[in-house]
Design a protein. Structure first.
Length: 144
């Protein structure tokens, strides 16, 4: 999660919502991403999507069945869907997203009955640090 937080800080420096994500297989980081929707003019350039894309390219397979994604914020519905399609083994996230989170806050997409895959979820890892960075970002936005 420390590496994901460093990527969230990078997003902050890019004036993007500070979210970072890393994909790990067998203790090795194979995918990294930070939010870049604004600078890439791409609504799908969320940290999780970018990290999943890099991991899939690294493995030469979109199925990430032995991978864990560490993310600083609870994934939205788009990213949660990508986790399911990637057959991700586990998601570890820091802070809940009461507005758009689709794992625990709303929808519960990681474990829905109609899906052919369920993602193991661990939440709250380093949540204070992730939440503080998000609060700092949005406070600065409101002042500007």
């Amino acid at each position: 999660m420390t590496k994901a937080l460093a990527l969230a800080q990078r997003a902050f420096e890019l004036d993007e919502v500070p979210v970072g994500a890393v994909v790990v297989v067998d203790g090795k980081v194979i995918g990294r991403g930070c939010n870049q929707s604004v600078c890439k003019s791409d609504p799908t350039a969320h940290a999780e999507i970018l990290a999943l894309r890099q991991a899939a390219r690294h493995l030469g397979n979109y199925r990430l069945t032995s991978a864990t994604l560490y993310c600083t914020l609870e994934p939205c519905s788009m990213c949660a869907g990508a986790l399911i399609w990637a057959r991700l083994a586990r998601l570890v996230y820091a802070a809940r997203d009461p507005k758009a989170g689709a794992i625990d806050s709303h929808l519960g997409l990681a474990g829905v009955e109609f899906s052919n895959h369920r993602v193991e979820v661990v939440s709250g890892v380093m949540k204070e640090e992730a939440a503080a960075l998000l609060q700092q970002f949005f406070q600065a936005r409101r002042r500007a």
